[in-house]
Design a protein. Structure first.
Length: 147
C-alpha cells in the first residue's frame, strides 16, 4: 500500500566555509532513498551554499546530462530540494507556514560547520519541475524548468 505522506527528509552538512560536505534525500516516513540518497553529491560536493543556490537549473542539468526523463526528474528533485533547504536555513525564504518550501527541523552548528535536517514538501518541488506532456529530452526540456 503506497504511503500518502509525500514529504521528503533532507539532511545537509556544510563545512566551516559553507561548502557542501554531504547531503541525503529520503522519504520521511520510511527512509527509502529518492532515486539515490545523494544522487547529485558529485556535482554539489565542495560547492558553497551560495554557489548551489545561485546555479540556474538549466546550467545544473548541462553538467549532469540525464539519460532520460525519469533521471532528469530525479536530478531536478534533488537539485530543488537541496537548493530550497539551503535557502531556508540561510533565511532567504520562509521556513515555516503553509507556503514554506520546506521546514527546518533541526540545526547543529559548531566550529567545523553546520548540519541541518529539513522536511521538503513534494508538491512545491513538483511545481518547480514543470511537466511537458511526455516529450523526449531533445524537444527543449529546459523550458520545463521553473525558476
Amino acid at each position: 500500500m503506497p504511503c500518502n505522506d509525500v514529504t521528503d527528509r533532507l539532511k545537509v552538512t556544510l563545512d566551516g566555509e559553507n561548502r557542501l560536505v554531504t547531503y541525503t534525500l529520503a522519504k520521511r516516513t520510511c527512509g527509502a532513498e529518492v532515486g539515490d540518497y545523494s544522487l547529485i553529491e558529485d556535482w554539489a560536493k565542495f560547492l558553497t551554499a551560495e554557489e548551489i543556490i545561485e546555479t540556474p537549473a538549466d546550467h545544473f542539468l548541462d553538467t549532469k546530462r540525464p539519460h532520460d526523463d525519469a533521471e532528469e526528474f530525479l536530478f531536478l528533485k534533488h537539485y530543488f530540494s537541496l537548493k530550497n533547504g539551503l535557502e531556508a536555513v540561510m533565511g532567504l525564504h520562509a521556513a515555516d507556514g503553509d507556503d514554506a518550501r520546506c521546514t527546518i527541523d533541526k540545526v547543529e552548528y559548531g566550529p567545523d560547520g553546520l548540519t541541518f535536517l529539513a522536511s521538503i514538501k513534494l508538491d512545491i518541488i513538483t511545481n518547480q519541475i514543470k511537466s511537458c506532456g511526455g516529450c523526449s529530452r531533445g524537444c527543449g526540456s529546459k523550458s520545463r524548468i521553473s525558476s
